[in-house]
Design a protein around this ligand. Sequence first.
Ligand code: PEP
Ligand code: MN
Length: 480
Amino acid sequence: AQSGWKPSGALFRETRMVISAKPDSKKNTGGRVWRPSSWREMPVKQVPTYPDEARLQDVEARLHKALPLVYTGECEHLKKLIAKASRGEAFVLQGGDCAESFEEFEKYGGDNIRDTFLLLIQMSIVLMYALGLPVVKIGRMAGQFAKPRTSPMEREKNKKLELPSYRGDMINGPEFEARARVPDPERMLRAYHQSTATINLVRALAYGGFVDLHRIHEINLEFVNGTPQGKRFFEYAARITDALRFMSSCGIQANSPMIKQAEFFVSHEALLLPYEEALVRQDRETGKYYATSGHMIWCGDRTRQPDGGHVEFLRGIANPIGIKCGPSLTEAELIELLDILNPDNEPGRITLISRVGAGRVREHLPRFIECVQREGRIVTWSCDPMHGNTVTTASGVKTRRFDDILSEVKEFFEVHREMGSIPGGIHLEMTGQNVTECIGGMYELSDADLATRFESRCDPRLNASQSLELAFLLSEYMSG
Ligand code: PEP
Ligand code: MN
């Protein structure tokens, strides 16, 4: 009988902690004690109010007992790699969907996950080869299901009906019907299970020999094969094959795990705090707390208030964390955030992901860099050229122009170069599928093409050939 079965070993149970889902008694004053639940005492933006409190608590209790998705040692390892990027000894490539979806997961049977993974590997090979630096690969996946929204309500294209906004599959449904938009806590469980399957697949692909550099010619996405980017990738592949053959003729066995495997990490925005709290675990050896929902998590531009619940949650967990830095971030706030989130100035702990928009980098990035330099803070600088460049077309479709994305990246590198600071990474919304969501690129996708294959749940993603094109251009500026 399955129903009465309980794990008998202590292996998992002892590492779990019992967390009260109720607010703590300590008030949010100076000497506030951090708990996985202390965010509940603070003002919290973007987290929905669930209509049925009892069902929410039931889901939270089940997630408290669920297995961690990542191991604390992996988070510490990633922190060290991100620290290298802060010193210019590595480069961080972070990318994936704007929002993962339940429907795509069912429709593609893992192919979309494999393709995005493969595309990140291809881009990292291009960057590694051109820069002579290790590339740290982090997917926006296995947890990227909750979306902050600017407006609480949204209107269907050209229609009168207004409904509460879609907030990601982990919160409510995308269908334009009132019922779908009611936040449903069960969705957290579904997102958790999808995340476990996703991370299992990427671990298998990363460590199971699929991306062994000896079979680099197989590492290409079907639809990129005939394209100029695909051809260019094959030139790199041929050079890598030659290098491996040369090593082998020298008697060097190129069978190191570094050649046969790819290190790969997962990340998402830590938006839905009840989910994040439920997956916090304490490391038995060090006593530190970790978000085990992903290796790295980040704080969105809409939820980074120094006195808000999201920052409170993030301050107590030991994972590497990102902070999105949009145009409204002041220098004082930035330093306050670094004080709260990284009081020990630990390298690799903080990645500042600027996303200010093409043409606005010179207005904002220098002031961020200047105060970080003045205060002697250690951060890893990353560029998100997506979120400051969203436009709506005449026909009402949300898109981004490839040229704007490129301009923001260029400006990011120029400003860092001028200020003697180190550009350490890039953060992209992208997919290995042949979608038509961003305008431009070598194929000159136009406004009219957007209708062909627009599948994103939320923001427009670069498709595979656009992403690869970006990787080639990036490797040119960075090595040039
Ligand atoms: C995102 O990364 O999908 C996002 C919403 O970003 P930001 O918080 O920078 O707007
Ligand atoms: Mn987005």
